[in-house]
Structure formats: C-alpha cells, structure tokens
Design a protein around this ligand. Structure first.
Ligand code: UDP
Ligand code: MG
Length: 335
C-alpha cells in the first residue's frame, strides 16, 4: 500500500522503573504484530519522564541506546500527568498519536482495533471505556461516579463515565488539543471539548502491572475540582441562587416577625434566632466567596502564562547528562 504513516506512542511516566521494562516488552510485541499486518505503519515511542524520583530516567536512557524508535523528554520536576500529555503531544511527530499509561492499565492489545477505527475515516479518535472499576476501593468508585454525575449535570462538555486518557487520535485532533494551551489542564474535558468523532471500546478494568498509583484520594479530589472549575461556571450560578434564596427567607422572616409583633403582640424571639441566622448567613457568605475565590485563583494562574512544563533533558542531549561526572540527581533546582 501507499503512503507511510507514523504512529507516535506517548507515555507519561512518573516513578515507573518497575513497569517500564514490562511496558516496553509488551508494546514492542504489539507494534511488531501491527507492522506485519499494516506495512504502511512506522512507530516512535515518546516517553515523558515527569520528574521521577526513582531510576525511570536511567531506564529511558538505556532504551534509547538499544532502540532508535525510542525518544524521551525529562522534566525538571514533577509537573503532573496532564503536563506530560501536553508535552508528549507537542513533541510527537506522528500522523497518528496515542497517549497511554506506562503501567499497562491501558492494554496495548487495543491498538490494532483503534487504528482500524481511525484509519477507516469514520472516526477521528478511538478510546477505551472501563465498564467496571474492579480492583478499586468501593468508596473511591462511589466518589468517581458521583463526580461524573455532578459534572454532566452542570457542564455543557460531556464527560463519559469510565472514559480514559488512553486516546488514539488523528493529527487533526492532536492539533486541536494542542490549540488549547491552558495552564489548568483537565484532559478528560479537553478531549471531549474539541469534539470530533470518537469510538469507545469497552473493557474491564485491569490492575497496575507494577508500582503504585501516584494518585491519593485528595489528589483525585483536587483533580475533580479542577475539572468542575475548568469546564463549568455552574458553581457561580449556584452561589447567586443561594444568595437569592437566603434573601427570600430573610424577607419572609421579617414579615412574619412584624405580623407577630404588631398583630398578635407576641414577643420577638431573641438570642437563639439571632445566633442561628448569624451562623447560617456567615457560612453562606464564606461558601460563596470561596467559590468566587476558586475561579479567581484559577484565572490568576492562567494569566501568569507560566510554561506548562520545563524540560531538563531529552534523548538528543542525553550524552551531556550521562557523561559529566557532576550529573548527580541532587543538583536539580527545587523551588
Ligand atoms: N503520571 C505522571 N505524572 C504524575 C502522575 C502519574 O506522568 O504526576 C503517569 C504514570 O506514570 C502513569 C500514568 O500517569 O503512566 C497514570 O498514573 P497512575 O497509574 O498513577 O494513575 P491511575 O492509573 O491510578 O489513575
Ligand atoms: Mg495506572
């Protein structure tokens, strides 16, 4: 067949020294099979070392030496998976790009099916959707479901429950994602916001092959707030509504008090009523100011135009880092 197409496989890695060799073995096995089936395909593997504190970077340097298709970027510190995805997509050269995790929770065996879907021209993107959350704690799954429910009620951007960052995309869609250069990145929202035709492949959740998840419960909570703030302004509307409702209640209470006093001559309730309304209104005001403040803080970070990530080392200048005796891990700048 005709034209050659390059598929960039983008893999953000944070402390993945144990998973990396397993991932590399599996991905090269799958891509070798794909190469047989689709001779028009060539591959590049682009690993993003997100400031790992273990030996992930050494592992990547080794891979680059043994396989010319491997490239890597190493960040100056941990910038988060979202920054890793953005950096990977910005540096990928492929006609198609796929973003996947290093822990084999995004099984490479889906790649041929994804490629078929996108190649047919019917879809611009293929992704997986977990139909179960096997291996995840009950409470975590419950919160995750609640998040998707709330999110889809209050946001115009649809976030599919169980959809993942395992995305196989055409160059056109990659460019669309890159055009969204916001600092507060919430990929699930971004992928959905850009639109295009997406094919969902369903599968049962797989557990991590090695290592541990980098996400704590609070990390996920903060991430969901990021999603809500980034893709919905409903909380601002809710705070306006709460303000209006409390005004209405106040008017009713005032009228009631006047009637009681002047029509029936009953004494006006004193201290307890006062304390209750004081706490209620104080809390409500703080809550609404908090919502406003959260939007403001995100805007503040956005207008600073800070870079989304900083690269300390790439495969192109790896020699500079491996050969100098001063290349100790401890000389990384910390802020
Ligand atoms: N990851 C990253 N930077 C981070 C945290 C995670 O690049 O700060 C990578 C990680 O190496 C993995 C992927 O993002 O390839 C998913 O992370 P993890 O498995 O910890 O998340 P989970 O699968 O539990 O959602
Ligand atoms: Mg994982």
């Amino acid at each position: 067949m005709s034209k050659q197409s390059l598929l960039s496989i983008i893999v953000p890695c944070y402390n993945e020294e144990e998973s990396l060799p397993l991932f590399y073995a599996e991905i090269t096995r799958v891509t070798a099979e794909m190469q047989q089936k689709y001779p028009e395909l060539t591959f590049e593997y682009l690993f993003i070392d997100d400031g790992s504190k273990d030996h992930t970077l050494e592992g990547l340097r080794k891979l680059v030496k043994q396989d010319k298709r491997v490239r890597y970027l190493s960040f100056s510190r941990n910038f988060g998976k979202e920054a890793g995805i953005y950096a990977g997509l910005s540096h990928a050269k492929g006609d198609y790009c796929v973003v996947m995790d290093a822990d084999l929770q995004h099984p490479p065996k889906f790649l041929p099916e994804m490629y078929e879907a996108v190649k047919s021209g019917e879809y611009d993107c293929a992704t997986t959707r977990r139909v179960s959350r096997k291996g995840e704690s009950k409470i975590r799954s419950w919160f995750a479901r609640l998040f998707y429910k709330i999110m889809n009620k209050i946001s115009q951007t649809e976030i599919v429950d169980g959809a993942q960052d395992f995305r196989f995309m055409t160059r056109q869609m990659v460019d669309a994602v890159l055009s969204m250069s916001e600092y507060n990145r919430f990929s699930k929202g971004i992928f959905s916001w850009v639109g295009f035709r997406v094919k969902y492949l369903e599968y049962e959740n797989v557990e991590r092959v090695a290592g541990t998840t980098a996400w704590s419960f609070w990390g996920l909570f903060r991430y969901s707030i990021e999603g809500i703030i980034g893709f919905s302004t409903a909380p601002l509307g809710i705070s306006v509504l709460l303000g209006l409702v409390s005004c209405l209640i106040a008017v009713i209470v005032i009228i009631g008090t006047i009637i009681k006093k002047f029509l029936f001559g009953e004494p006006v309730d004193g201290y307890p009523t006062l304390i209750c309304s004081l706490y209620f209104l104080g809390g409500l005001q703080l809550f609404c100011t908090g919502i406003l403040g959260t939007y403001l803080s995100k805007t503040y970070l956005e207008v600073k135009h800070r870079p989304i990530y900083l690269v300390r080392e790439t495969d192109e200048n790896a020699d500079t880092f491996t050969q100098t005796p001063a290349s100790k891990e401890s000389d990384k700048p910390e802020d």
